[in-house]
Ligand binder design. Structure first.
Ligand code: ATP
Ligand code: MG
Length: 266
């Protein structure tokens, strides 16, 4: 799994990452026990994070349309205590958001201490969609990599742990998934003509992603490239990475404020 973490300061070429990789597993069945184990562990660790209440976890999910951002949230976060989790989707900015700097809407929804916040898309759209569609001059989006690194540094220095996942699917797999949305009446609501238009910009998005991953992977806020053609493997990688990172925090239940051994319940 280590190989998936983008080493700070390295130039990412997505050609080096196979979207169909399944590591040492050959099937969803083979990986099922491991995933179950991770999800149980995640539940335990979230409880500790919540009880400790001193640190927070921010999970950023990015990826092309149909790369599985929604599915990852549904499968990996399903076992968590809802009181400790927030999920925020970042859509095209509304009027009020557009009337502020691009990080305004982001900082407002970072996690409280003790909580996990999941971003379904994020401030990275401001160097992805914005760049691909020329919504601001080149000079402006180029400067944002540095700003994003500063912003994330402010968070990590204030006990907000950041994990960023790029769900890496192949162009063929995206085609398959979009076609499935057209075929299956239960998925029609997921289909959007916009996805077909965005798909035409595949190469530009890929380049924009490579630059975002290269410019903004830091030790305290790393990017992970997640092979996402196989949903079960994607879930496994994301769950395992979160578990590893939370374990590394050495979370502890807080000491009781008073000597509980003296208390009598009558
Ligand atoms: P789903 O389709 O599953 O509901 P989604 O995240 O694709 O989820 P959409 O409403 O289809 O939601 O798309 C959101 C769109 O908003 C994306 O195309 C994204 O690139 C765009 N977007 C997000 N943030 C910005 C931004 N800051 N500037 C411009 N476009 C943005
Ligand atoms: Mg969409």
């Amino acid at each position: 799994m280590k190989g998936l973490r983008v080493k700070p300061g390295t130039k990412v070429s997505l050609d080096d990452y196979d979207p169909a990789d399944t590591g040492r597993y050959r099937s969803a069945e083979e990986a099922a026990d491991k995933l179950r184990e991770h999800l149980d562990e995640l539940d335990r660790l979230q409880n500790l994070l919540y009880a400790e209440g001193r640190r927070a976890l921010l999970i950023v999910l990015q990826g092309m349309d149909a790369s599985g951002k929604d599915g990852t949230i549904r499968h990996v976060m399903s076992g968590l205590n809802p009181q400790g989790v927030t999920v925020t989707p970042f859509k095209v900015p509304n009027d009020e958001e557009r009337a502020h700097d691009y990080l305004w809407r982001v900082h407002k929804v970072t996690p409280r201490y003790g909580q996990i916040a999941i971003f379904n898309r994020s401030h990275y759209e401001d160097v992805l969609a914005v760049r691909v569609h020329d919504l601001v001059p080149r000079k402006v989006w180029k400067n944002r990599y540095k700003q994003i690194n500063f912003f994330e540094r402010i968070l990590t220095e204030n006990e907000v742990v950041i994990l960023k996942f790029f769900l890496h699917i192949s162009r063929d797999e995206q085609k398959r998934r979009l076609e499935e949305r057209l075929r299956d009446p239960k998925r029609h609501w997921k289909f959007s003509q916009k996805d077909v238009e965005e798909r035409r910009h595949w190469a530009a998005y890929r380049k924009a992603y490579e630059d975002a991953l290269s410019e903004c992977s830091s030790k305290r806020a790393p990017w992970y490239v997640v092979p996402a053609d196989h949903k079960w493997y994607r879930n496994l990688v994301v769950a395992e990475t979160i578990v590893e990172v939370l374990r590394g925090l050495d979370l502890k239940y807080p000491e009781p404020a008073e000597d509980l051994s003296q208390i009598v319940i009558d």
